[in-house]
Design a protein around this ligand. Structure first.
Ligand code: C2O
Ligand code: CU
Ligand code: CU
Length: 461
């Protein structure tokens, strides 16, 4: 990022301050047991010298706040819908009670304009999560409603600072105004990419970090479409968790492939000297883009990555593979003739995709049949077969699953809630059906989700 403007530096500093206010030392601030979110429309500046109209957020005056909870502590969130349309909030990755999962009709009535809803839950897992609407999902997310949510570890691993990075694009023209949020011909393929890359709603932000300190970067890809490879350049940095679950061993912070909905926690050792800048890079097919810069400041704190305590693994039950039942899912084109039905949660007007040859008809009262029914406490292997030429990040609500094997590549044994299924790939993942309810199961490229690639799995007690 040559030629930093004064404005960018100022914005970066503002980013630093607000990130600090929202986070800072885990030990040095109290965690609120109750939170409030106001779903709002607003005008906000994303591109220099422009004001983007018609943005949407969980706050009336800026980006969605970073929510912080403590593992195992009960929390409540009062959501007030001040939009002109219905909405609902989903807590992506949290294994909580079905009634609090925030999926229209499947788990609750949409929160209509002017209404409120109180969510209450106790997060069982620590890590990096996020929250977003599940009603008129493409439009509301594309306009800004994607927020970071952090469940702090019961035991502090020893970072000097915690810095959430909400990574996403906006589809803006040069005048800073929204252009068409999607194109149908892209929705039928890989999805429609944004035009402006942001981190915490800032273009090219700069974060000032204490030289020689240890910082936990929480990368959260909240974009509606983009699958990308991320990298930290200019410092010692390790990936310590993916999708809120600690890795068995840290990996270098290079070529971290994240699809929409995925997260990576990175332990960063800030360089000792001012001038030794660090970059967060998004690698593209033919080039790369610097998304954010980190400037070391002050005298070195001389910390060492080996001083960090390893993260404690989350209490996700171990699958009993010897007694597992295999359930098959095929992700494909939509059979001919299905037209989407109108819904108060919106429709993109097309049906392109299907799961097990059925296209999801839209966010409607139903009742609909689950794609599969599982018995509480039993282990299942989900065999995910992609017969399309596009990749699909497959996401399951309410239950975490473990990657087992693929016909295309070596899979790391990660525990996750979102797995990128490559084109023509068949992937086996395993889970223990330990959370009763109807759990949404869909592609997290939102245009795919909203044009058929959605269903749900039932766990019956
Ligand atoms: Cu983050 Cu149903 O999704
Ligand atoms: Cu989810
Ligand atoms: Cu998809």
């Amino acid at each position: 990022m040559p030629g930093l403007s004064r404005r960018e530096v100022l914005l970066g500093t503002a980013g630093t301050l607000s990130a600090f206010a929202a986070g800072g030392f885990a030990a040095s601030h109290a965690l609120a047991a109750s939170h409030a979110l106001t779903m709002s429309s607003l005008n906000h500046s994303i591109l220099p010298d422009t004001v983007t109209k018609g943005m949407m957020s969980f706050s009336p005056d800026g980006p969605p706040p970073v929510l912080r909870f403590k593992q195992g502590d009960k929390t409540s969130i009062d959501v007030t819908n001040k939009l002109d349309e219905a909405s609902v909030v989903h807590w992506h990755g949290l294994r909580i009670a079905n009634a609090m999962d925030g999926v229209p009709y499947l788990t609750q009535h949409p929160i209509e304009a002017g209404q409120s809803f109180r969510y209450e839950f106790t997060p069982p897992d620590a890590g990096t999560f996020w929250y977003h609407p599940h009603c008129n999902t493409l439009e509301q997310m594309a306009r800004g409603m994607t927020g970071v949510m952090i469940v702090e570890d019961a035991e502090d691993p020893g970072f000097d600072r915690d810095l959430p990075l909400n990574i996403r694009d906006f589809r803006l023209g040069g005048d800073g105004q929204f252009i068409n949020l999607f194109k149908a011909r892209n929705a039928a393929r890989g999805g429609t990419l944004g035009t402006v890359s942001t981190v915490n709603w800032q273009v090219d932000p700069v974060f000032e970090l204490d030289a020689g300190s240890l910082v936990r970067l929480r990368l959260v890809v909240t974009d509606v479409t983009r699958v990308g490879a991320y990298e930290i350049e200019g410092a010692e940095a390790h990936v310590i968790a993916i999708d809120s679950n600690p890795l068995p061993a840290p990996l270098p912070a290079k070529d971290i492939v994240l699809s929409p909905g995925q997260r990576a926690d990175i332990a960063l050792r800030v360089p000792d000297s001012e001038g030794d800048d660090v970059s967060l890079i998004l690698k593209k097919k033919f080039d790369q883009r610097v998304l954010a810069k980190f400037f070391p400041r002050g005298a070195s704190a001389r910390r060492d990555l080996r001083e960090l305590k390893p993260l404690t693994s989350n209490p996700v039950p171990e699958p009993d593979l010897g007694n597992a039942e295999v359930l098959e899912f095929v992700f494909g084109w939509s059979p001919e003739g299905d037209a989407p039905q109108p819904s108060i949660c919106g429709s993109l007007g097309y049906t392109f995709w299907s799961i097990n040859r059925k296209a999801w008809p839209g966010d409607l009262p139903g009742p609909f049949d689950p794609l599969a029914t599982m018995k509480l406490g039993k282990t299942y292997v989900l065999r995910l077969r992609n017969e399309t030429p596009n990749a699909h990040p497959i996401h399951l609500h309410g239950v975490s699953f473990q990657l087992l094997r693929s016909n295309k590549r070596e899979l790391p044994p990660f525990v996750t809630d979102t797995a990128l299924l490559l084109s023509e790939e068949t992937m086996d993942v395993a889970l223990v059906a330990d959370n009763p309810g109807d759990w949404a199961f869909h592609c997290h490229v939102i245009e795919h989700q909203k044009t058929g690639l959605t269903g749900f799995l039932r766990i019956e007690s």
